[in-house]
Design a binder for this molecule. Structure first.
Ligand code: NAG
Length: 584
């Protein structure tokens, strides 16, 4: 068709740049410092208050954003916000006898509060009911229309009001309703569907199958983790249907009207997706930020972000996002969270119970993007106590205790006690360090790169796993050499004692720096205790144990910070459950 011809003109224009339309992006360019980066969470639907699933999404994005800020001065933004239009909101407002705008403002405020409490470092908060967004969506619509990608057609099919989408026969199943009559429901959500016929604007999605395939094949890392990339490629093996992108205004009033056709409302998903452009300054000022877009999304909305959104962008002549990070969901005691089960976990109650950092740590340490994770109270308490309070806090406590470190400083490192160990025999002869100690030094030296690689691959839990493994290794080192048995009166023993403390403090300094994106408050406390200045906390110059490499250390001899308090208080085990349990 006409549209396709226009699209291939785009292909030719860019021919010189590479085999595919969208140039492949190298791993360092994806995340490296110095480049602009516009990271986003999904915008959250205001049909219910925030739960830990929403928080998890926001924390993943926050950790990526914080890490990025520590990597260098490249300008970066983190956008979040609320999705406020649609039939469900219209119905909920009608049921509550409140104007929809009031309901939206209230729930949107709850999301903002929770993210503020959680330390989510967002720079932008967008609400789809804002005038700037309405303008962006209507402009986007006009661009689709003017480029010939929309047509008016009768749409007939099974419509799911709860999910606000049409479903095909193979996405449906039968289930008895309250009266025992069999009715059709969505296979995925279980919500009822109704046969619906109406005149809608349609988007010629079917013409984007090839362009989408080319885009994905040319950018193998654009969707991570990798299994989700494969999922999207498989979706693209089947023909794409065209997409209904408006609803009759008589049925859906709570939405943005189609420009120049007041009988139709723009489909909520088109409305919602354009938020990423609104934040970037579309339609006047987005060029500085687009396409440096990196979206964090849950797997339930992958199709919208990896198929519909890139196709819509290509249709208006914009590039698809640079990166889509996908995560799975949280279950509670093995069950899906739902209002009807009464097992929705309230983030604010979790912050009270586990502290903000404790809960951030739990979600990011236990959440595996590729599969659903299960939440229960005991798991949080055990994990946080054993790793933050005991392993990390205990280690700090041990090497800063006045009995063992009476001067309260970063003591000197001695090459004699810990010679640079390539020649094992020499080492045995002169130094006191053992093979395991050299392994520790090697592991911690590798750690910063390992951690940033895992963040790049959206495997934040693995980054934390490797940090905590090193923390345990450092505790082993300390235990092995029992510095509390060494005497400060004997100069050889004192020299070794100081070296043990110096190495342990160096390890802690690295852990503190690397943990900043995940537990910012605790990391700050740790680094302040080690007297690491704010400008010494970037990922760019971590330089672990420079004295071992014969270089000067800015920390050697420095007085430790004054706050001698406990790094992380142990959480108390409690029988009180955080969920409102439903009466039988
Ligand atoms: C989608 O729309 C295009 C253009 O109008 C048309 O050629 C094609 O047959 C439609 N595809 C489907 C699957 O309906």
């Amino acid at each position: 068709g006409l549209g396709a011809a226009r699209f291939s003109t785009g292909l030719q224009r860019r021919k010189g740049r590479g085999p595919s339309r969208w140039p492949s992006v190298s791993s360092s360019a994806r995340s490296g410092p110095g480049r602009r980066w516009l990271l986003s969470t999904p915008i959250f639907y205001v049909n219910g208050p925030p739960h830990i699933g929403h928080l998890y999404s926001a924390l993943l994005a926050d950790a990526l954003h914080r890490l990025r800020g520590l990597q260098g001065p490249g300008p970066g933004r983190l956008a979040t916000g609320t999705d406020e239009h649609g039939l469900k909101i219209q119905q909920a407002a009608a049921a509550a006898e409140a104007p929809p705008a009031e309901l939206c403002a209230h729930v949107s405020g709850l999301f903002r509060d929770v993210f503020n409490q959680a330390g989510v470092s967002f720079t932008d908060f967008i609400r789809t009911t804002e005038p700037r967004h309405r303008r962006a969506v209507q402009h986007f619509w006009a661009a689709l229309r003017d480029r010939g990608w929309l047509y008016k057609g009768f749409y007939e099919g099974w419509y799911c009001t709860s999910d606000e989408c049409f479903l095909t026969e193979d996405q449906l199943t039968e289930r008895p309703d309250a009266q025992g009559r069999s009715c059709k429901v969505s296979l995925e959500s279980g919500h009822q569907v109704h046969w619906t016929k109406e005149e809608n604007y349609m988007f010629k999605l079917s013409e984007f199958q090839e362009p989408l395939r080319k885009w994905l094949q040319g950018n193998r890392h654009v969707i991570s983790p990798e299994p989700f990339y494969q999922v999207v490629l498989r979706w693209l093996e089947d023909d794409l249907p065209n997409l209904s992108v408006s609803r009759e205004r008589s049925r859906l009033e709570w939405g943005i009207p189609v420009p120049e056709d007041s009988t139709q409302t723009i489909y909520v998903w088109v409305d919602a997706l354009v938020n990423y452009l609104t934040v970037a300054g579309y339609p006047d000022a987005h060029h500085a930020w687009w396409p440096a877009a990196h979206h964090v999304v849950g797997k339930d909305i992958l199709k919208f972000h990896a198929i519909y959104w890139p196709a819509l962008l290509m249709a208006v002549g914009l590039e698809p996002p640079r990166q889509i990070y996908v995560h799975s969901h949280w279950t509670v005691h093995g069950q899906k969270m739902s209002k009807s089960l009464g097992n929705v976990v309230d983030p604010v109650a979790c912050f009270k119970q586990y502290t903000v950092d404790g809960f951030r740590y739990f979600l990011l340490r236990q959440g595996v993007p590729e599969r659903d994770c299960d939440y229960y109270d005991e798991k949080v308490i055990n994990l946080v106590n054993s790793e933050l309070a005991d392993a990390l806090g205990g280690l700090l406590n041990r090497c800063t205790a006045p009995s063992i470190n009476p001067s309260g400083t970063y003591p000197p490192f001695s090459e004699l006690c810990f010679p640079k160990g390539s020649d094992q025999e020499n080492v045995e002869a002169s130094g006191r360090a053992l093979a395991e100690d050299y392994e520790l030094v090697a592991s911690v030296a590798r750690l910063p790169l390992q951690v940033t690689d895992y963040f790049d691959q959206f495997q934040i839990y693995k980054a934390l796993e490797s940090i905590i493994a090193c923390v345990r290794q450092t505790n082993g080192f300390f235990q092995r050499h029992a510095p509390w048995k060494l005497s400060r009166d004997n100069s050889a023993e004192k020299c070794w004692l100081d070296t043990i403390l110096h190495i342990t403090l160096e390890c802690l300094r690295i852990y503190g720096i690397l943990l900043q994106p995940v537990i910012p408050e605790t990391a700050d406390k740790l680094l302040s205790r080690l007297a690491v200045k704010p400008k010494e906390r970037a990922f760019t110059d971590v330089a672990f144990l420079p004295r071992y490499h014969g270089k000067p250390s800015p920390f050697e001899g420095r007085r430790l910070g004054p706050n001698t308090g406990v790094l992380f208080h142990k959480l108390e085990t409690t029988r009180r459950h955080l969920m409102e349990t439903k009466e039988p």
